[in-house]
Design a protein around this ligand. Structure first.
Ligand code: PLP
Length: 392
């Protein structure tokens, strides 16, 4: 089908919940995508941080097709090897105690919120279910994770929202203490606010919040849906912040392109979910779990060092272009935010770049680069050249 044919079908039969860019992607290899009309695009998006090993990766394809040839799905009433092995790999590399899988970031965060509330209920009884989250955060699109999201613009239309969330300012411990109360059971935050604009939290603030949680017997819940699975140059971002959370959620990049996610709990929280308290039909699906196993095996120390190096390179080179519309960069590893200067909008710049063959994301008022972690030097340089030509 041509782009125009696909677009016509989409407009007629698909709900208009997304404002799409005028490209239909057909296939990809590495960090390079190809549209239905045969044009090539350098990909600085990885499908919003999902395609961690890029597109059509040989090892990933083998893991997925081998598992598909054995067993695509069986309910969670039975044991499967990919589920257990993926959980083991995650725990052994993070110091967490056990895992429960879901299918997306929002569901992983729902599980994390339920776990925190039940942990507190089991220990303290009713009336201690409030969770403090941060302004500018993003935690998902279900009714409860929208409520957890600390941005007013998301608290619209869908009333009534789930109660029991209060919002504090990032990097301001006083603001967290100001919303504290006897009804609080946890603090939940991203270490780099992704959708909010790629805003890394300050290390001292994160450690102070961890101390406050320990003092008040609150759980420290870290949303690593975007920062996790190698994106920031460590397997999880919390490993660079010198903290050990009580619960960590993850999704996006974990299975390299298949819907997958979950939560990891520490020793203290490992028994909170007992049979009948939480579940999901698809969560831990064997094909997605086999893919996750492969992704985790690939993201070893050497791989992570490369992510760090590539991230440094991409940031330095982007700044060195000294483009009139772009300011400073920020982030960690291959999670990069770029300031858009006054007089330009991120949406207009993204549209222009895409037109010229470079896919980028927006975040907050800026641009965001989340390339596949396997992006090559050549692909990065091609992308940088398009940045220069298009915005120079
Ligand atoms: C993307 C994202 C989510 C939501 O994940 P979905 O898979 O879209 O439900 C939650 N938290 C963070 C930090 C995210 O970046």
């Amino acid at each position: 089908m041509t782009f125009e044919e696909i677009k016509a079908l989409d407009e007629q039969y698909v709900m208009h919940a997304y404002s799409r860019f005028p490209v239909a992607i057909e296939r990809g290899k590495g960090a390079t995508l190809q549209s239905t009309d045969g044009r090539e695009y350098i990909d600085f998006t990885a499908g919003i941080g999902v395609a961690s090993l890029g597109y059509a990766d040989e090892g990933w394809m083998s893991a997925v097709t081998e598992q598909a040839g054995k067993l695509a799905h069986v309910s969670n009433l039975f044991y499967t090897e990919p589920y257990a092995k993926t959980a083991q790999k995650l725990c052994q590399r993070t110091g967490m105690s056990n895992v429960m899988f879901a299918n997306s970031g929002a569901e992983a965060n729902e599980a994390m919120i339920k776990l925190a509330r039940k942990w507190s209920f089991d220990k303290y009884g009713k009336g201690r279910g409030t969770i403090i989250t941060l302004h500018n955060s993003f935690h998902g699109r279900t009714i409860t994770t929208l409520a957890a999201t600390g941005q007013e613009k998301f608290h619209n239309y869908f009333f009534p929202f789930t109660e029991g969330f209060r919002y504090a300012d990032a990097n301001d411990l006083n603001s967290v203490e100001a919303v504290a109360g006897h009804d609080v059971c946890a603090v939940m935050m991203e270490l780099i606010q992704g959708e909010g604009g790629v805003l890394p939290l300050e290390r001292t603030f994160v450690q102070e919040v961890a101390d406050l949680c320990a003092k008040r017997d609150w759980l420290l819940l870290i949303d690593e849906v975007q920062t996790g699975v190698g994106r920031t140059g460590s397997l999880f971002a919390f490993q660079q912040y010198g903290i050990q959370p009580d619960v960590v959620s993850f999704a996006k990049g974990i299975a390299g392109g298949l819907p997958f996610g979950g939560v990891m709990a520490n020793q203290k929280c490992r028994e909170v979910f007992a049979p009948g308290t939480h579940g999901t039909t698809f969560g831990g699906n064997p094909i997605a779990a086999a893919a996750a196993c492969h992704v985790l095996d690939r993201i070893n120390d050497h791989f992570l060092a490369q992510v760090q190096k590539k991230g440094d390179y991409l940031r330095e080179q982007t700044e060195a272009l000294d483009l009139p519309c772009l300011g400073a960069t920020r982030g960690m590893g291959l999670m990069i935010g770029v300031e858009v200067r006054e007089g330009w909008t991120n949406r207009e710049l993204a549209a222009k770049l895409i037109e010229h063959g470079l896919l980028v994301l927006t975040a907050g008022p800026g641009l965001r680069f989340l390339p596949p972690l396997v992006i090559t030097q050549e692909e990065m340089d091609k992308g940088l050249a398009i940045l220069k030509e298009t915005l120079g």
